[in-house]
Design a protein around this ligand. Sequence first.
Ligand code: KG4
Ligand code: ZN
Length: 379
Amino acid sequence: MLLSIETSCDETAVALFDLAPFFDGRFEQRAVGSSDFLRGELISSQVKLHTAYGGVVPELAAREHLKNLPLLIKELFKCCGVKAGDLTAVAVTQGPGLKGSLLVGYSFAQSFAASLDLPCLGVNHLEGHLFAGDLLAPEARPVFPMVALLVSGGHTELVWVESFRSYRVLARTRDDAAGEAFDKSATLLGLPYPGGPVLSRTAESGEPGRFSFPVAVVDDASSFSFSGLKTAVLRRVQEIGCGQQGVSDEKLRADLAYGIEQAIVESLVLKSIAVCKTTPPASFLLTGGVAANRALRSRLSHELSLLGIPFVVPPNKWCTDNAAMIGVCAAQILARSGMVVNGTVVNGRVVGPTLATGNYGGADVGVRARWPLNQVGAM
Ligand code: KG4
Ligand code: ZN
C-alpha cells in the first residue's frame, strides 16, 4: 500500500493506494479504475483562513500543514482500516510550490517513511496534475500522445506528452497564471477571494460583447501572458468611475466579468487548438483548478469535437490540488522503476528505503520551490 501526501500550496491532502494492480499489470492493461485501487483520500482546504488576507499567506499555510497533516493521516488510516505497518511506500510532493509548505510535507514524509524503513518517493507537483486523468475509469483515461493544458492559480502550461513521463512544454505563462488572472481581475471588480469561481458565476448573467479585453500574445507560440489583461481591466474600471471599492452595479459587474472570462478563455483555447491542428494528439487533458471553469470546458469541448480529439477533464476534486494525483503518478513510477514488494524484487531492480527519495536524479536534493516539467526525465 502507498501513502501519498500533497502540501505544495494551501491544501493538505493525503491518499491511500493499493499498489498491487500497478505491479501485476492490471493498471497498464486498463483492467482497473480508481475505485479498485484508491482506498481513500482526505483533503483539508485552507481557503477560509486565507480569505481574510485576499490570498495565500505562505507562513500561515506552512503552519496549517504542520497542524493538519498528522491528523489527516490518522483519520485516513482509521477510515480505511489500515495501520502504518501495512504500508509499502510513501510518496510526497517535492516541488514546485511554496517552500515552507513543501518543507512541512516533505520532511514529514521522509521521517515517517524512515521510521518505518520504507522508500519515500519525491513527486513533481506538475507531473502529478498530468496524471489526474489516470484516476478515471479505464475507458475514460487519456491515451498517448496527449496534449495537456494545466491551468491553476500558480501554473499555466501547455504540454505535449509523447509517452509515459516524456514531456515537451509547448507554452507556459510569461507572467501571471490563468487562475491568478481570474483572481486579480475579480479583486478589481470587488469580488471576494478566491475570485475565479465567483467571477465565472458573475459572468453567467453578463452581456456578450459589451466589454472586450485584449487576448494576449497570440503571435508568440510558446507563451501565454495575462498581466496586460489585468492592467486593461484596471483602466476600464477606473474609466467607468469605480474607484478602489470595486464595481457595485450588478449588471455592469456581470458584463465586465463576461469580457474578462472571454479574454482568458480565448487565449487558452486559441493556443491549445492551434497545437492540436498542427499535430493532432490521441487525447486532450484539461487539468488544474481553472479546469472547473464552464466557459473554458465548453469552448474546448466544442473545438476538440470538431477535430475528433477525445477531451478528458477529471472531476474538480482531482483537478484542484489533491493527493490522489500524486499517488497515481508515484505508483506507476515505482512499478516501472522496480522496488521490493512483500520481500520480492519486482522488475529486477531494488530501490532501497533511503534511495528512492532522489528519484529524479540520484542524490536527495530536498524540496524544489522551482522545478520545471522539462527537468523531469523519462525513465
Ligand atoms: O489548482 P488550484 O486549486 O490551486 C492552485 O493554484 O494550485 O487552482 C486554484 C485556481 C484559483 O486561481 C481559482 O480562482 C481558479 O483556480 N478557479 C477558477 C474556477 N475555479 C477555480 N477560475 C475560473 N473559473 C472557475 N470556475
Ligand atoms: Zn496544483
